[in-house]
Design a binder for this molecule. Sequence first.
Ligand code: IPE
Ligand code: IPE
Ligand code: MG
Ligand code: MG
Length: 296
Amino acid sequence: MFDLKSYFKDKNRQINVALEKILQDSHPSEPIIEAMKYSLMAGGKRIRPVLCLAAAEAVGGKQQDVMPAACALEIVHTYSLIHDDLPAMDNDDLRRGKPTCHIAFDEATAILAGDALLTLAFQVLSSVQLTEENQAVDWINVIRIISTAAGYQGMIQGQMLDMVSEGRTLTVDELKSMHGLKTGALIEAALLCGALLGGATTTQTEVLKTYGQNIGLAFQVADDILNVEGNPEIMGKATGTDELRKKSTYPAILGLEASRHLAKNLVDTALQALEIFDKRADPLRVVAVYIIERKR
Ligand code: IPE
Ligand code: IPE
Ligand code: MG
Ligand code: MG
């Protein structure tokens, strides 16, 4: 029987070793590196890199070939959290169970640590050791996938919509689009990178994309639900803040019950898509369910 807890533990250990290694060449006493490391190693769930590795696994790829992409995804995600928490954005004090970067350091350092992490991700992706199996063209495609998902056509657009939607009531379609962009895009990118580097066929890639889009949206619906009814101690971040800031969220627009129902339907759709895969996709199956059942 597949055990998610030990799978996560094992993958997280390997991801953390790889992330430490990326930062190890630098001088840890420099304040900018200290701030980058502080947020990156603060204890995130590592869902995006795990999804990237699991997608590659599902199509028979090798983990070591995918790890730089997995790390880059987590580095981009961490940058997005540092900036998301800034006073000009969500103005949050707690993240991953610790004071946010701008509280632990200062605002200027947090802005720069975010900038430094975002650029570091692409430094990592463009510094991969090339071999016969590890070809430049694949990494150019990974860079295209991640930069598109993180940029103005993806996460940044979603974050902009989130900001301008404060105090407004979005339609369900607008909400879906905003959540798909601010959170779904990078999650979908994680699956697409795993597929590409794992050597997926066109059909497998399409399936992983569908899976990614559905769990990506479900992930943000679950985040919205947790912001209403989660335990801040377990989550390592504050709750009740979406209502306070008049954010457009699924619970605010549909109510909690309908939001839970929607999240479940999205996960069911993702699971159905995976039917073409054998048991090598079991980690993806279990992670999909975890995404809506998680407490943090
Ligand atoms: C939180 O992401 C922000 C969203 C995009 C919803 P995670 O819930 O993956 O946060 P960490 O990485 O575990 O801290
Ligand atoms: C975070 O969304 C999305 C990104 C960082 C891109 P939220 O603002 O809803 O997430 P939390 O609740 O602060 O983690
Ligand atoms: Mg936000
Ligand atoms: Mg936030």
